[in-house]
Ligand binder design. Structure first.
Ligand SMILES: [Zn+2]
Length: 164
């Protein structure tokens, strides 16, 4: 997962994994220059999921790690929230800023702490409303359609020359 930021440091990444309560964490990062922000990181996480990492829709987006357990959807979410508390304007994975992250995850991670995460195999997603996935067993909800629309609008706004 890519992070573009003016404020987040490597130390903050480590702290954020602790905030997410991860017991078994591997975090790899490389720091690059960034055209969009002062610097960028590429982060991979492992966590407490009983599932093997597989590509899927989760806050961290797609990732691949072999022979390790995935961070849960909630661990990714708590990790990202902790980083947004430091830099609300960071671009983190598929999220353009803190406000959008909180909007499309229905503010789940504003107050979620590790002991209350939906651990084990993680959320059992069902779709009741098109474009929104909800967990059958807890309150987790993720509006990927809203995120898609917002990102598309941001992209269009960048492309379109401003005319007075
Ligand atoms: Zn759940």
């Amino acid at each position: 997962m890519k992070i573009h930021t003016d404020l987040i440091t490597a130390g903050n990444l480590i702290d954020a994994t602790r905030a997410a309560g991860m017991r078994a964490v591997e975090i790899e990062y490389t720091s690059h220059g960034s055209r969009q922000r002062a610097r960028s990181f590429n982060v991979k996480l492992t966590g407490s999921s009983t599932r093997r990492p597989n590509p899927g829709t989760r806050p961290g987006g797609h990732y691949e790690l072999e022979g390790q357990y995935a961070a849960t959807w909630d661990e990714w979410g708590m990790f990202i929230q902790a980083l947004y508390e430091i830099d609300p304007e960071a671009i983190i994975g598929q999220y353009p800023n803190k406000a959008v992250f909180e909007q499309v995850t229905r503010e789940r991670f504003v107050s979620l702490t590790a002991p209350y995460q939906h651990g084990g195999g993680g959320h059992k997603w069902i779709v009741r409303t098109p474009g929104v996935q909800e967990c059958k067993f807890c309150e987790a909800s993720f509006s990927w359609m809203e995120l898609h629309m917002i990102n598309r609008e941001l992209k269009e706004a960048k492309k379109t020359p401003v005319t007075a």
